[in-house]
Ligand binder design. Structure first.
Ligand SMILES: Cc1ncc(C[n+]2csc(CCOP(=O)(O)OP(=O)(O)O)c2C)c(N)n1
Ligand SMILES: [Mg+2]
Length: 395
């Protein structure tokens, strides 16, 4: 989307609006869900969070079209990565299919100075941070260690250890606060991504405690995609996840994670509170993992097709397209042009993946420590001798 700063207005502390303004009718009767765009593509003027905060998102036509473009692009690039894995070109891929709106909405809500801590599935946020989508593919191809400069892009490394990044984010956010970088519009906020399954990890609960008592400028962004590999949500919690926040002493809100407008509005509000020194909050983005957990998983073994079909009807891209059509903000030529851009970018991605050179095996010792170590030097030498023992081999 356009790099401007789209308007999001929120009103804190108001009482809940009359029913007609709320989202209950369109969100399957769930008054707990903040939604600004229904699955049919109808725009909702405003929606209220559990603490009475009113959320709105008013974008220009260009910005609405930009959000749509982002959604289509990240889905297409993700599909290309899945195909590359299927063809043996990547070792593994964790698809974001179905979670595009949660990621683009929250990713675009970040201001330039904000820092993000992802899991292994945040390809949409990575895209919004301006990182070349080729960057994580080296990791999943096994030819590099997935490197980009976290400080340059304000986006940390992918984290496979479930929940660990919430502690990293908490420590970082505490540092931001102690350095006096909060308290104004130019303050820095931090966002930590994690899944529904991660909420059962000790790390995540410890992060909640520390962030709370040290008033860290941190948004905990939980993508509740309903599964932790094969374990459904009911194995993680007996209460809606966003309500957990209350016990830790900070606000929680559940947003329709398939609604890019609401995901943006809720995240922007939480980040702005954090940067102004109002401490952490928890966002539960209610969404669905449309594909497998990773390419190593077969979801047909633990969930039924009708469940997937029910969520297909809430597709984040279809509703944004329906909205643009209804509002006459975009015509067929626009949609065709976006599709063509997505196709061209995915072909370009594929070409670059296939051209990635295989690393020399000994380079695995290169980036373990910034300045190496005598033990590593010895291991490298041993490994080199081992490789040389294969007389006549490529090594
Ligand atoms: C500490 C730890 N325990 C277990 C695993 C294995 N594991 C990988 S993904 C996953 C499920 C995570 O589910 P969730 O937090 O809902 O995130 P999602 O994959 O659905 O995005 C598990 C248990 C791990 N990577 N790290
Ligand atoms: Mg999950």
């Amino acid at each position: 989307m356009a790099k401007g700063d789209p308007g999001v207005t929120t009103t804190r502390g108001r009482r809940a609006a009359p029913r007609a303004k709320r989202t209950a009718a369109t969100a399957g009767g769930d008054p707990e869900l903040v939604q600004l765009l229904t699955p049919a593509g109808e725009r909702i003027e405003s929606a209220f969070g559990p603490d009475g905060t009113e959320y709105r998102a008013d974008f220009t036509d260009e910005e609405y079209r930009g959000l749509y473009r982002d959604l289509v692009l990240v889905r297409k690039l993700d599909a290309e990565a899945t195909a590359l894995q299927r063809q043996g070109e990547l070792g593994l891929w964790a698809s974001l299919l179905g979670q595009e709106a949660a990621q683009v909405g929250s990713g675009r809500a970040l201001r330039r100075q904000d820092m993000a801590f992802p899991t292994y599935r945040e390809h949409g946020v990575l895209y919004c941070r301006g990182i070349d989508p080729i960057m994580p593919l080296g990791l999943f191809r096994g030819v590099d260690q997935g490197g980009w400069d976290p400080n340059e892009f304000k986006f940390n490394m992918y984290t496979i250890v479930i929940g660990a990044q919430t502690l990293h984010a908490t420590g970082y956010a505490m540092g931001v606060h102690m350095d006096g970088k909060t308290g104004g519009d130019d303050g820095e906020a931090v966002i930590a991504y994690f899944g529904d399954g991660a909420t059962s990890q000790g790390d995540v609960n410890e992060a909640f405690v520390w962030a709370s008592v040290f008033n860290a400028p941190l948004v905990f962004f939980c993508q509740n995609n309903q599964y932790a590999i094969s374990e459904p949500l009911e194995r993680q919690t007996r209460v809606p996840l966003y309500q957990r926040a209350r016990g830790f002493g900070f606000p929680g809100v559940r947003v329709d994670g398939n609604d890019v407008l609401a995901s943006y509005a809720v995240t922007r509000h939480a980040l702005d509170n954090a940067r102004h020194g109002q401490g952490p909050s928890l966002i539960e983005a209610y969404t669905y993992r449309m594909g497998a957990h990773t390419t190593s998983d077969d979801p047909t073994r633990y969930r039924i097709a009708s469940e997937v079909e029910a969520w297909q009807a809430k597709d984040p891209i279809a509703r944004m397209k329906a909205f643009l059509e209804k509002q006459k903000m975009a015509d067929e030529s626009f949609f065709a042009e976006v599709d063509e851009q997505a196709r061209a970018e995915s072909v370009h991605l594929r070409e670059r993946v296939l051209a990635m050179p295989d690393p020399e095996p000994v380079t695995m010792f290169d980036h373990v420590y910034p300045h190496g170590s005598p033990e590593l030097d010895e291991q490298r030498a041993q490994f080199s001798r081992y490789l040389e023992s294969f007389e006549g081999s490529a090594h």
